[in-house]
Design a protein around this ligand. Structure first.
Ligand SMILES: NC(=O)c1ccc[n+]([C@@H]2O[C@H](COP(=O)([O-])OP(=O)(O)OC[C@H]3O[C@@H](n4cnc5c(N)ncnc54)[C@H](O)[C@@H]3O)[C@@H](O)[C@H]2O)c1
Length: 245
């Protein structure tokens, strides 16, 4: 539904090597963006014009990567803060959550969007336009049991989005979040491979199935679309009805 960005606008997608990020790179390329994928691992080369390796939680890495984007492509029209981790497969209550686990999750899921947005904003301010879309989660709106670190990090991602929306609206810069429900991706594969766990997840979802990564990419493309010029500070829920009941 996104309108083609035929003027070669530049989109940067973090965590662009896998899952939702990879699907978003493919979708935005199809919409006419020049896409840069940033990933801590091998960012891959087939889904983006430029693939850069950087840890979104590391200020030097982020500065280096965004410097390279601007040096090579000259502008940043869309930043998709997608890189994220859920942490250990072992669910834990707050009082047994290791401090290192909390810090590790927040470094990627909260510090990451902060550092990347901070690095992209000067270019957007110069341009007088830009859009920051952060992939949060429905865990940023309702608690995921025994996942306090992830839940808190995604709540922070939603409020970070609103903060950017409020502070930069007057500069022509929008900020929105996408809150997916359960998506089939390498992040969730281990759980979905266990038939009883898949069944318990699907039983929670009114649509009766988890999302495909391209369905989340579609939501990003829709938010990025030029005709939604008045939409900012919004958290778009894409969850097959999970939080509707
Ligand atoms: N899969 C789901 O069910 C689901 C649901 C709601 C929200 N989300 C969110 O969507 C986003 C993408 O998830 P996914 O399912 O595609 O996961 P994924 O594990 O398939 O992909 C995540 C990508 O982020 C990269 N990454 C991780 N840490 C990084 C870092 N420090 N710096 C740079 N890149 C890093 C990984 O290498 C990987 O390529 C995450 O923010 C996740 O929390 C996922």
């Amino acid at each position: 539904m996104g309108e083609p960005a035929s003027d070669g606008r530049v989109a940067v997608v973090t965590g662009g090597a896998s899952g939702i990020g990879r699907a978003t790179c493919i979708r935005l390329t199809a919409d006419g963006y020049r896409v840069v994928a940033i990933d801590v691992g091998d960012a891959g080369a087939d889904q983006a014009e430029l693939a850069l390796r950087a840890d979104v939680g590391d200020p030097d890495d982020v500065e280096g990567a965004f410097g390279e984007v601007l040096g090579r492509l000259g502008r940043i029209d869309l930043l998709v803060n997608n890189a994220g981790i859920t942490g250990s497969q072992q669910a834990t209550l707050c009082h047994t959550t290791p401090v290192e686990e909390w810090d590790r999750i927040h470094t990627v899921n909260v510090r990451g969007p902060f550092l990347c947005t901070r690095a992209a904003l000067p270019a957007m301010l110069r341009q007088g336009s830009g859009h920051v879309i952060t992939i949060a989660s429905i865990a940023g709106l309702v608690a995921f049991p025994q996942r306090c670190a992830y839940t808190a990090s995604k709540g922070a991602a939603v409020m970070f989005t609103k903060s950017i929306a409020a502070d930069y609206a007057a500069h022509g810069i929008r900020a929105n979040a996408v809150c997916p429900g359960f998506v089939q991706s390498p992040m969730t594969q281990w759980r979905l491979d266990i038939p009883e766990l898949r069944a318990s997840v699907e039983a929670r979802i009114p649509m009766g199935r988890v999302a495909r990564t391209d369905e989340i990419a579609q939501a990003v493309a829709m938010l990025a679309c030029d005709s939604l010029t008045y939409l900012t500070g919004h958290a778009l829920v894409v969850d097959g009805g999970w939080t509707a009941v």
